[in-house]
Design a protein around this ligand. Structure first.
Ligand SMILES: NC(=O)c1ccc[n+]([C@@H]2O[C@H](COP(=O)([O-])OP(=O)(O)OC[C@H]3O[C@@H](n4cnc5c(N)ncnc54)[C@H](O)[C@@H]3O)[C@@H](O)[C@H]2O)c1
Length: 288
């Protein structure tokens, strides 16, 4: 597939571009002017500002699918700018994807779509958190990610034969060792529930979602099945969230985000931090 990747010069973008090439795809990589990844004859770089619809149209021309990762993360940027780039930018990607009749759309959301690390005091109604948990987002970044998911759902209703996926990514790290290097400070990480995911696993999820055989809009947790801390998850839950009911036992260092949907629909493995590239990342196969 000829895949357009936005935010291609970013941390995850570079991993996705490299993995897509290894999986045999062609890549049209797009990012802001001046931001380009490693020179590679197999990648066509196109500069575009996501807030300009015509530039996004030009960036996506000729693509068959899009993985949209470009955006801004509060609190590094002012909140109105975060909203404008993330919400308008995603709308523009979805408009262009529809105009060109793209066969698949994969968008970067975040576990913060329901509130989390940027909330004053995040609220969770149950553990493990699943994708149907209500949102209590209160900052511009988290709100933008919630809106991005609604945008995806709306565009999917207009084109029911196409797969639209919004991936709720979490704390991207190179590997488990880098994830645990945040230290044993369980209190600091409590807001986003001690979660993380490796770049390789997240990049695999992007390709699996783009090539998902079943159409329609879906939100997926893309989070490792283990926390970043050595403290048992049941102990963390009891200490920091004593009033939150457990819907399933939290054994060992089990993650607080359910990944059952990504496993069932995408064949994504939350236990594998460095997955091999499988056939479902190379081409769209019939549903199992
Ligand atoms: N890094 C994480 O831990 C994490 C966690 C959850 C979700 N996410 C989401 O995953 C995606 C990728 O994250 P990342 O860590 O690679 O981020 P990043 O900041 O490294 O990359 C984002 C890219 O978007 C580009 N960009 C910003 N504004 C733009 C604009 N107006 N027009 C065009 N391009 C623009 C930037 O130049 C950058 O290369 C983001 O949408 C982010 O919200 C990341």
């Amino acid at each position: 597939m000829r895949i357009a990747v936005t935010g291609a010069a970013g941390r995850l973008g570079r991993h996705v571009v490299a993995r897509a090439l290894r999986a045999g795809h062609e890549v049209v990589a797009t990012d802001l002017p001046g931001a380009a990844g490693e020179p590679d004859g197999r990648v066509e770089w196109r500069a575009a500002d996501l807030t300009d619809l015509d530039e996004v149209r030009a960036a996506l021309a000729g693509a068959q699918g899009v993985i949209h990762l470009g955006g801004l993360v509060h609190p590094r940027y002012p909140e109105p700018q975060v909203h404008r780039v993330n919400v308008n930018g995603t709308y523009h990607v979805l408009v262009a994807a529809e105009e060109y009749g793209l066969e698949g759309v994969c968008l970067a959301s975040s576990i913060n779509a329901i509130g989390g690390v940027y909330s004053a005091d995040p609220r969770y109604d149950y553990f493990p958190v699943d994708e149907d948990h209500p949102t209590y987002a209160e900052d511009a970044y988290s709100l933008s990610k919630w809106i991005v998911e609604q945008q995806s759902a709306a565009f999917a209703r207009r084109r029911p034969d196409v797969a639209f996926s919004a991936l709720r990514l979490h704390g991207l790290r190179d590997d488990a060792e880098a994830a645990t290097s945040r230290g044993p400070d369980d209190g600091r990480a409590r807001k986003d529930l001690w979660g993380w995911v490796s770049f390789d696993a997240a990049a695999a999820a992007c390709l699996l979602a783009l090539l998902r055989p079943t159409p329609g809009h879906a939100v997926y947790h893309v989070v490792a099945d283990r926390t970043i801390t050595g403290t048992a998850s049941a102990e963390l839950a009891a200490r920091w969230y004593p009033d939150v009911p457990l819907r399933a036992p939290m054994e060992g260092n089990a993650g607080f985000y359910s990944t059952a949907r990504a496993t069932a629909d995408l064949g994504w493995d939350p236990a594998d931090d460095h997955p091999e590239i499988g056939p479902r990342e190379r081409s769209r196969l019939p549903a199992a």
